[in-house]
Design a protein around this ligand. Structure first.
Ligand SMILES: NC(=O)c1ccc[n+]([C@@H]2O[C@H](COP(=O)([O-])OP(=O)(O)OC[C@H]3O[C@@H](n4cnc5c(N)ncnc54)[C@H](O)[C@@H]3O)[C@@H](O)[C@H]2O)c1
Length: 462
């Protein structure tokens, strides 16, 4: 597996100096949409009374999706695929545990080599495919799933390169199948509440956001033969940019209605610190001839990128999975009348928050926030919080899977469209280009080909 990982990795992700200096080919893809293709921004698929799902990749992440999905009414797990037999068998066992009904009785099992998922798509013909593999497999698996007639639900990021993102958009538009990136953080309580407050105009005109994925994950390097660290470590070594932007950015982009009627991503600049932490960690923890000590770690420990929108608004996005510091997604949104911030959760409003603060020079925080949750908790959180209890990441994973299934069963548009998945994920390859060119601004491709202007902002779903 190590050799396969490394070879695929280098083939798919290396950015040569030559590639950086030519006119970005990713902008050339913005030709007219073919006539048989359709804009998917507010697409609603025909109702699926029962949702038949296949799962590819059931390691640390994918198993949780299988378990929560299987427990929902009118669902059927029709296939589970992974490289490893034990992981497949374990998840089949989980399905039996959570679902007392007999409806998951024919789960086809696939394992053993890199291409078994292709056989699975042909044999099982699922309605939807959940993909939670290593990053370089996301795009090919999503594209083939759509071509085989299934809606694709892909873990973050949706793809690695901008070309892959265009291929996903083109396939979704030509097959008229959903391809949603599973950004679970958009379903977290605070993020949902901030969205609700922004929509109600509580902070006035929204001007600036701050987003991050700051999560010290060096310990994943202990997963060396299989598991997250076995493939993610090569990304830190070979790529230098903001590689995992969507957890922080997804919610902020929806507060600001980016790609939905009001405004859109225009360009970004990006800078990385020197790369120190990974090499130091490898040196400290592994023998000198260990494979992690043979890598030349190029990815700076902390990356800071700044996005400029068409309206001139700004979003700072930081990424650091290496430095010794507490977890944060920043989750800050600032407007003409106030600021909402995360980690820890805080609110400041011009004129103060009634009954809590005198003015905007102090935050509402800690126990005082209870009054704000009571007033502004998102209706979706209030409705689904109980049902999602026990699912991953404090319940947000369950709310997300519940909503996916609900939208498919009722024939509703999804909460995140294919273009949002691509815009949010594009920060990674664009930041790599910017870092490699001394921080030069990189234009965002318009994956919607101009249609974002007619796309409604995400409503406050009841
Ligand atoms: N949204 C979140 O909160 C969150 C959290 C963790 C991970 N993730 C994402 O989930 C994805 C998976 O991460 P992970 O930590 O579970 O990694 P992992 O390595 O534990 O799991 C990936 C699984 O995919 C399988 N796989 C790889 N190639 C395959 C192939 N060709 N056919 C079938 N199976 C294949 C592997 O065997 C492995 O079991 C990543 O995209 C990651 O970014 C998201």
């Amino acid at each position: 597996m190590d050799n396969i990982n490394r070879r695929n990795f280098l083939k798919k992700t290396s950015l040569s100096a030559a590639a950086v200096s030519v006119i970005p080919s990713y902008l050339q893809a913005e030709t007219e949409r073919p006539s048989q293709s359709k804009y998917m921004g507010d697409f609603a698929a025909p109702k699926l009374e029962k949702v038949r799902a296949a799962f590819i990749g059931v390691g640390a992440r994918g198993g949780g999706h299988v378990r929560f999905f299987a427990a929902l009414p009118n669902t059927e797990v029709v296939a589970i695929c992974d490289l490893y037999e034990d992981l497949v068998k374990q998840k089949v066992g989980w399905v039996k545990e959570v679902s007392k009904s007999n409806r998951h009785k024919n789960i086809a099992e696939y394992w053993g080599d890199e291409d078994k998922w292709k056989v699975m798509l042909k044999e099982v013909k699922p309605d939807v495919v959940f993909i939670a593999t290593n990053w370089i497999n996301h795009a090919p698996m999503a594209i083939e799933s759509m071509k085989h007639g299934a809606h694709a639900f892909v873990e973050v990021p949706i793809a690695v390169t901008v070309q892959e993102m265009w291929d996903i958009v083109d396939t979704s538009e030509s097959t008229q199948k959903h391809c949603m990136m599973l950004e679970n953080v958009n379903y977290n309580r605070d993020e949902l509440m901030f969205l609700n407050m922004c929509r109600q105009g509580v902070i006035g005109e929204v001007l600036h956001g701050e987003a991050a994925y700051i999560h010290e994950l060096r310990g994943q390097m202990n997963e060396q033969k299989r598991g997250t660290g076995s493939w993610r470590t090569y990304h830190y070594a070979h790529r230098n940019g903001n590689l995992y932007p969507t957890h922080g950015l997804g919610p902020v982009a929806q507060y600001m209605n980016l790609g939905r009627g009001e405004d859109n991503f225009q360009s970004l600049v990006s800078f990385s610190t020197p790369a120190r932490g990974r090499a130091a960690y490898a040196k400290k923890n592994y023998p000198s001839d260990h494979k992690w000590n043979k890598l030349d770690y190029k990815g700076g420990d902390l990356n800071t990128s700044i996005i400029k929108t068409n309206l001139g608004r700004t979003v700072m996005v930081q990424w650091d999975e290496t430095s010794p510091r507490p977890y944060s997604r920043l989750n800050l949104i600032q407007g003409t009348k106030g600021t909402l911030a995360g980690f820890p959760t805080r609110v400041a409003l011009e004129g103060g928050v009634e009954g809590l603060t005198k003015d905007h020079h102090s935050w509402v925080q800690g126990e005082q926030l209870q009054a704000l949750y009571e007033k502004y908790d998102h209706p979706l959180y209030k409705r689904l919080n109980e049902a999602a209890k026990g699912s991953g990441h404090g319940g947000m994973d369950g709310i997300m899977i519940y909503r996916v299934v609900e939208c498919l069963q009722k024939g509703l548009p999804l909460d995140q469209n294919v273009y949002e998945g691509c815009f949010w994920s594009a920060v990674a390859p664009l930041s790599e280009r910017s870092v490699a060119s001394g921080g030069a601004p990189q234009p965002f491709p318009d994956f919607t080909r101009g249609n974002w202007k007619d796309t409604d902002p995400l409503a406050i779903v009841e």
